[in-house]
Design a protein around this ligand. Structure first.
Ligand SMILES: C[S@@+](CC[C@H](N)C(=O)[O-])C[C@H]1O[C@@H](n2cnc3c(N)ncnc32)[C@H](O)[C@@H]1O
Length: 295
């Protein structure tokens, strides 16, 4: 199968990568048809792909997209909005505006229900001398109703102490943990996609495949439709395709659509570079780089 960039949404195609504005694309999608909408929107911080707006204008634009997303969601469906902070000014005058707090009410106005505020922790970023250096962003996970899909068994991770046994009571001597693994919790320690990350493309702000895959596996079933309104380098579409879901992504910038097409093609051919859920790299002790050179 050869993937290409579409100008319009084609409901007969399992993969739609559309070069266009997400509002226009959302207007072409049937109401109550999407099982999962997962995205990382522009943060309004003046990145190369966005024009920084006064905050109230940015919120109005997000409101329009969130309202449409809510209309397009199935009753069993979920919305995951991955965001960080807006930081105004510099140095000791800088003030932090967390986008999850700013946007929360827009989801509640659509009667969506928050199931988790997932903290995505990573080890690298800018250092600050005026605040604690920022090392997390969040994912707001909302559902449309109480009757939502959550496939916990599909995303369990290894137990810390799989050999631990009950030491008293009727199950004494039996293993106490779930043999399928444990719930990964609402704190996810996954490296962000910086220069030396195997998944890095020319896009300045990708999220990792492992983050998206955990959400797709847990919140959808095979054959469901996954949509990313702000597709960027195509992480959501490539992951959804690998997991045998139907998928739609909209992206304003042609160059990013081309990266998304290439990554999806690589995913189909089984050659997409992927870091997976390996724990973050720990440098070996006692090397010239890890021994303090000063007293
Ligand atoms: C934070 S990036 C998303 C990155 C993506 N999660 C990935 O892994 O590559 C946001 C993207 O939204 C795109 N964008 C901004 N406004 C848009 C709009 N109205 N419709 C579609 N895409 C838009 C930007 O060009 C940018 O690539």
């Amino acid at each position: 199968m050869k993937i290409k960039i579409n100008k319009k949404y084609n409901p007969d195609s399992d993969i739609n990568i559309i070069n266009g504005d997400c509002v226009e694309v959302l207007n072409q999608i049937d109401d109550k048809s999407l099982q999962l909408i997962i995205t990382s929107p522009p943060y309004n911080i003046g990145k190369e792909y966005e024009q920084k707006l006064p905050l109230d204008e940015y919120i109005d634009k997000q409101k329009q997209v969130i309202n449409l997303c809510s209309e397009k969601l199935k009753s069993t469906g979920s919305i995951c909005w991955q965001v960080g902070n807006i930081i105004e000014n510099t140095k000791n005058e800088s003030e932090v505006f967390p986008l999850d707090i700013i946007l929360y009410d827009l989801f509640k106005e659509n009667n969506l229900k928050l199931r988790n505020r997932i903290v995505w922790h990573f080890g690298h970023g800018q250092n600050s001398d005026y605040r604690f250096s920022g090392r997390h962003e969040t994912i707001l996970w909302f559902t449309k109703t109480d009757n939502y899909i959550f496939n916990l068994d599909d995303i369990r991770v290894d137990q810390k102490y799989p050999g631990k046994k009950h030491y008293k009571g009727p199950n004494k001597g039996e293993y106490s943990g779930n043999k399928k693994g444990k719930n990964p919790s609402d704190i996810w320690n996954l490296p962000n996609v910086k220069a030396n990350h195997i998944e890095k493309t020319n896009h300045p702000c990708q999220f990792p495949l492992a983050l998206v895959k955990r959400l797709i596996k847990s919140l959808t079933n095979k054959g469901d439709i996954v949509f990313d309104p702000y597709l960027g380098a195509g992480t959501t579409v490539a992951a959804a395709m690998q997991l045998e879901r139907k998928t739609i992504g909209s992206e304003l910038i042609k160059e990013y659509c081309e990266i998304a097409v290439q990554r999806t093609q690589e995913a189909i051919e089984g050659i997409l570079p992927e870091r997976g859920e390996k724990p973050p790299y720990e440098p070996p002790k006692n090397t010239p780089l890890t021994i303090k050179p000063w007293k």
